[in-house]
Design a protein around this ligand. Structure first.
Ligand SMILES: *[C@@H]1O[C@H](CO)[C@@H](O)[C@H](O)[C@H]1NC(C)=O
Ligand SMILES: *[C@@H]1O[C@H](CO)[C@@H](O)[C@H](O)[C@H]1NC(C)=O
Ligand SMILES: *[C@@H]1O[C@H](CO)[C@@H](O)[C@H](O)[C@H]1NC(C)=O
Ligand SMILES: *[C@@H]1O[C@H](CO)[C@@H](O)[C@H](O)[C@H]1NC(C)=O
Ligand SMILES: *[C@@H]1O[C@H](CO)[C@@H](O)[C@H](O)[C@H]1NC(C)=O
Ligand SMILES: *[C@@H]1O[C@H](CO)[C@@H](O)[C@H](O)[C@H]1NC(C)=O
Ligand SMILES: *[C@@H]1O[C@H](CO)[C@@H](O)[C@H](O)[C@H]1NC(C)=O
Ligand SMILES: *[C@@H]1O[C@H](CO)[C@@H](O)[C@H](O)[C@H]1NC(C)=O
Ligand SMILES: *[C@@H]1O[C@H](CO)[C@@H](O)[C@H](O)[C@H]1NC(C)=O
Ligand SMILES: *[C@@H]1O[C@H](CO)[C@@H](O)[C@H](O)[C@H]1NC(C)=O
Ligand SMILES: *[C@@H]1O[C@H](CO)[C@@H](O)[C@H](O)[C@H]1NC(C)=O
Ligand SMILES: *[C@@H]1O[C@H](CO)[C@@H](O)[C@H](O)[C@H]1NC(C)=O
Length: 443
C-alpha cells in the first residue's frame, strides 16, 4: 500500500478523512482497470449455460430480508467469473462453484436444464429457493461435486438413487424439503458409495422405510450427521461407535425405541448430541451415565421427551465442563437434581421444565454467570430469589419459573436482570412489586 496516500499528519485513526476518500477513489480506479484489461476469464459455453439456467426460472419476491436475486446481476457480454455467486478456476476459466442460496429462484429444475452441463462444478448451493417438483437424477452428471446443498428448496418426491454416483461428495445437505423421501435402497447406495462424506443432512425427508442399522455403515469420516424428523423407527443402531469422528449427531423427532446403546460412549468427539422427542426411547441409567462420563467435549445435550423415569437425575449433573446447554424437558425425571450443575463454567442454557417429580434446591451463589436461559417451570425445584442469585444471573434473557417453589422472594431484585426478554413467574403465589421500568428488553 503506497504511503503517498496517507496524510503526513495522521489522525487518531491513522488517516485523515480527506486522504481516506482519495485512497478509496484511487483504489476503486485501480481495481476497475485491472478487472477490465485482461480478456474475459469465463469460457463462452459456460456463460451461455449460466444464462440459460437463469432464464429457466422466475424471481419470486417474498419480501424476505435474507434473500436477494443474485442472478439479476448476470448480464450477457460481461465476464461470468465476476457474476454474483459464481466461482471460476483462475487458470481455465471454468465454473467450479455456484452459490445461489436464498436467490428467490422459482420454477422446476428439469433434467434438460443447462445446469447439468456445468461438469466442472465442485460446489453447488441451491438452498432456500423455490424449486417445485423432483430432484433430478441428472445431478449425477456433476461427478466432480464435493459439496451439494439443496436444503429448504421445496423439492419433493423420491431422492434419486443416482445421487450415490457423486462419490467425491464431502458434504450433502438435502434437508428441509418436507415432501421428499428416501427409499431404503437409495440410502444404502449412498451409504456404500459416498465414502468421503463428512457432513450428511437429510432432516425432514421421509426415511420411514430405511433400516436404522444401515446408519452404522456410513463413512467413518463422518463428522456431522443430521437425520431429524425422518420417521426413522426401531432400535438405535448398536454400533454407532464406529463413527468415531462424529462431532454433531442429531436424531431428534424420530420414533426410535429401546435404550441408548452402550456403544455411544465411544463417540468421544461429540460436541452436540440431540435425541429429543423419541418418546419411546428409554435409556438405561448405566448407559446414560457412561455417556455423561465419557463425552468430555460435549457442549449441547438435548434429550427432551424421552423416557427417563428410571434415570437418577443426579447422574446427569457430572457433565463435561465444556457443557453449554442441557435440555431435559418433559422426561419424567423423578428425584433430586443437584445444584452442582451450576458449577459448570460454560453453562448458558438449562431447560428442565415439565418434570413434575424433579426436586432440588438450587444454590444462590457459585453460578456460572454466563447463564442466559433458565427454564424450571412445573418442577418441584426450589429457588431463593435473593441478592446472591440475582447478581449471578446478570446475563439471563429467559427465565421460566412457573409453578415452582420460590422461597424468600424479593421481587424488586428482578429489576437488575436488565437482559430479560422472556419471564414467566405464574402460579407461584408471589406478592410484591416488579420494577418493570428497568426491564426494557422484555418481549
Ligand atoms: C420485493 O418487494 C419489495 C416490496 O414489495 C420491494 O421493496 C423489493 O425491492 C422487491 N425486491 C426485488 C428483488 O424485486
Ligand atoms: C425441458 O423439459 C421441459 C419438460 O420436459 C420442457 O417443458 C421444456 O420445454 C424443455 N426445455 C428445453 C429448453 O428443451
Ligand atoms: C474433475 O476433477 C479432476 C481432478 O481434479 C480433473 O482432472 C477433471 O478434469 C475434473 N473433471 C471435470 C469435468 O471438471
Ligand atoms: C445448506 O444451506 C443452508 C441454508 O443456506 C445452510 O443453513 C446449511 O448450513 C447448508 N448446509 C451445509 C451442510 O453447509
Ligand atoms: C459409485 O460411484 C461410482 C463412481 O465413483 C459409480 O461408477 C458407481 O456407479 C457408483 N455406485 C453406486 C451404487 O451408486
Ligand atoms: C454393512 O456393511 C457390511 C459390509 O460392508 C454388510 O455386510 C452389512 O450387511 C451392512 N449392514 C447394513 C445394515 O447395511
Ligand atoms: C470411553 O472412550 C474410550 C475411547 O476414548 C473408550 O475406549 C472407552 O471404552 C469409553 N468408555 C468408557 C466408559 O470409558
Ligand atoms: C464425576 O466425575 C468424576 C471424574 O470423572 C468422578 O471422579 C466422580 O466420581 C463423578 N461423580 C459422580 C457423582 O458421578
Ligand atoms: C404445579 O406443579 C405441580 C407439581 O409440582 C402439579 O401437580 C400442578 O398441577 C401444577 N399446577 C399448575 C397450575 O400447573
Ligand atoms: C462457592 O464459592 C465460595 C466463595 O467463592 C466458596 O467458598 C465455596 O466453597 C463455593 N461453594 C461451592 C459448593 O463450590
Ligand atoms: C441491583 O440494582 C441496584 C440499583 O441499580 C443496585 O444498587 C444493587 O446493588 C443491584 N443488586 C444486585 C444484586 O446486583
Ligand atoms: C399464598 O400466600 C399467602 C400469603 O402470602 C397465603 O396466605 C396463602 O395460603 C398462599 N396460597 C397458596 C395457594 O399457597
Amino acid at each position: 500500500m503506497p504511503s503517498v496516500y496517507f496524510s503526513s499528519k495522521p489522525t487518531a485513526m491513522g488517516l485523515s478523512p480527506l486522504s481516506l476518500s482519495f485512497f478509496l477513489i484511487l483504489f476503486h480506479f485501480h481495481s476497475t482497470l485491472s478487472s477490465s484489461s485482461p480478456p474475459p476469464l469465463c469460457a463462452h459455453h459456460q456463460s451461455l449455460s449460466l444464462l440459460q439456467f437463469k432464464q429457466s426460472f422466475s424471481i419470486l419476491n417474498t419480501s424476505r430480508e435474507d434473500q436477494y436475486p443474485k442472478t439479476e446481476s448476470w448480464k450477457e457480454g460481461t465476464d461470468c467469473c465476476f457474476w454474483d455467486g459464481v466461482t471460476c478456476d483462475l487458470h481455465s476459466g471454468l465454473v467450479t462453484g455456484l452459490d445461489l442460496s436464498s436467490s428467490m429462484l422459482y420454477g422446476t429444475l428439469h433434467s434438460n436444464n443447462s445446469l447439468f452441463s456445468l461438469h466442472h462444478l465442485r460446489k453447488l448451493d441451491l438452498s432456500s429457493n423455490y424449486f417445485t417438483r423432483h430432484i433430478s437424477s441428472r445431478f449425477d452428471q456433476l461427478s466432480n461435486l464435493t459439496h451439494l446443498n439443496l436444503s429448504s428448496s421445496q423439492f419433493e418426491g423420491q431422492v434419486p438413487s443416482e445421487i450415490s454416483h457423486l462419490s467425491k461428495l464431502v458434504s450433502l445437505d438435502l434437508s428441509k424439503n418436507s415432501f421428499a423421501s428416501l427409499e431404503s435402497i437409495s440410502f444404502d447406495k449412498i451409504v456404500r458409495n459416498l465414502t468421503k462424506l463428512r457432513e450428511l443432512d437429510l432432516s425432514y425427508a421421509d426415511m420411514s422405510l430405511v433400516v436404522p442399522d444401515s446408519l452404522m455403515n456410513l463413512s467413518s469420516s463422518l463428522s456431522s450427521l443430521r437425520l431429524r424428523y425422518c420417521g426413522l423407527q426401531g432400535k438405535l443402531p448398536s454400533s454407532m461407535g464406529k463413527l468415531k469422528h462424529l462431532r454433531y449427531l442429531d436424531l431428534g423427532s424420530n420414533s426410535f425405541t429401546g435404550s441408548i446403546p452402550y456403544d455411544f460412549e465411544q463417540l468421544t468427539e461429540l460436541v452436540s448430541l440431540d435425541l429429543s422427542r423419541n418418546t419411546h426411547l428409554s435409556p438405561e441409567p448405566v448407559s446414560l451415565y457412561k455417556i455423561v462420563q465419557n463425552l468430555t467435549k460435549l457442549r449441547d445435550l438435548a434429550l427432551d421427551s424421552i423416557d427417563m423415569s428410571l434415570v437418577a437425575p443426579n447422574s446427569l449433573t457430572n457433565l463435561s465442563s465444556s457443557l453449554s446447554s442441557l435440555s431435559l424437558r418433559g422426561c419424567g425425571l423423578q428425584g433430586e437434581f443437584s445444584g452442582n450443575i451450576f458449577l459448570l463454567p460454560n453453562l448458558e442454557s438449562l431447560i428442565l421444565y415439565d418434570n413434575e417429580g424433579l426436586t432440588g434446591s438450587f444454590p444462590s451463589s457459585n453460578f456460572s454467570n454466563v447463564l442466559s436461559v433458565l427454564a424450571l417451570s412445573d418442577t418441584r425445584i426450589s429457588l431463593y430469589l435473593e441478592n446472591d442469585l440475582i447478581s449471578n444471573l446478570k446475563s439471563l434473557g429467559v427465565m421460566l419459573l412457573r409453578n415452582i417453589s420460590i422461597i424468600r422472594s424479593d421481587l424488586t431484585l428482578l429489576g437488575n436482570l436488565t437482559q430479560l426478554y422472556s419471564l414467566d413467574l405464574s402460579n407461584n403465589n408471589l406478592s410484591g412489586q416488579i420494577p418493570s421500568s428497568s426491564l426494557k428488553n422484555l418481549v
